[in-house]
Design a binder for this molecule. Structure first.
Ligand SMILES: [Zn+2]
Length: 239
């Protein structure tokens, strides 16, 4: 057994074979990581009882498409580990998809559709509701109460929403990415630029309250770069 320095208390603690363990001095949860030929201890997020099993149910739900079955798995995960941030985030992103709904084209059941509030196409009453849900959603507030870093959670959540929105409603839309005999008309980056530039303009004219207001345009820009391509096309459209 070797002794390594604990990053929490600065004292030496015995580190055995386990990858994750509690510091013998202060009880902080640690992870042993290789550092060149030596080992070093880093702070680790402690798993809650039942969390591993609960996150496995979340992963299982991500692999299936039936919304009712997915909701059942997420409910089970939440019952197993109600305080898991990972589980609560999955529930947040799932939104109202699992609710029975006669109107199959009701996009509002898809969480990322909230970003459509910035498309300039929503009625003002709907837009108001959608903007409020982006920041006041009780499930979002639940996640923020569990998150060790609230701002980081908001950035991550918005990035997920933006990625999904771009893939489903911009990249996946025939309106922006029309094809003829199987060939796409125009380049993807160019076709998607105008609606995204419009969204950014609307985010500036109807900003969300801080710290959400700054996080959202930054997330949209990053999501554009990872899901579509060069952001220069959007800047060319004037933001
Ligand atoms: Zn310690």
């Amino acid at each position: 057994m070797m002794n390594l320095l604990c990053p929490y208390c600065g004292q030496e603690t015995p580190a055995g074979e386990e990858t994750e363990f509690a510091c013998a001095r202060c009880g902080g949860w640690l992870r042993r990581e290789p550092n060149g030929k030596a080992w070093v201890l880093r702070p680790a997020a402690q798993k809650l009882p039942g969390e591993e099993e609960a996150l496995a149910l979340v992963a299982q739900s991500d692999r299936i498409s039936n919304p009712q079955k997915r909701k059942k798995l997420l409910d089970q995960a939440l019952a197993l580990c109600p305080d898991s941030l990972g589980v609560n985030k999955a529930v947040l992103l799932f939104g109202r998809l699992g609710e029975p709904c006669k109107d199959i084209l009701n996009y509002r059941r898809i969480k990322c559709y909230l970003l459509h509030a910035f498309s300039g196409e929503e009625k003002s009453t709907d837009q108001k509701e959608m903007l409020a849900e982006l920041t006041e959603d009780p499930q979002l507030q639940r996640c923020l109460s569990l998150a060790p870093d609230r701002d980081a959670f908001i950035r991550e959540y918005f990035l997920d929403l933006c990625r999904q929105y771009l893939n489903l409603f911009i990249k996946g839309s025939n309106r922006y990415n029309g094809s003829f005999l199987g060939f796409r008309l125009g380049s993807l980056e160019k076709n998607c630029a105008a609606p995204v530039a419009e969204m950014l303009r609307n985010m500036q004219s109807t900003p969300l309250p801080p710290p959400y207001g700054e996080a959202l345009p930054a997330a949209l820009k990053r999501a554009y770069e990872t899901e579509i391509g060069s952001f220069a096309w959007v800047e060319k459209e004037g933001t």
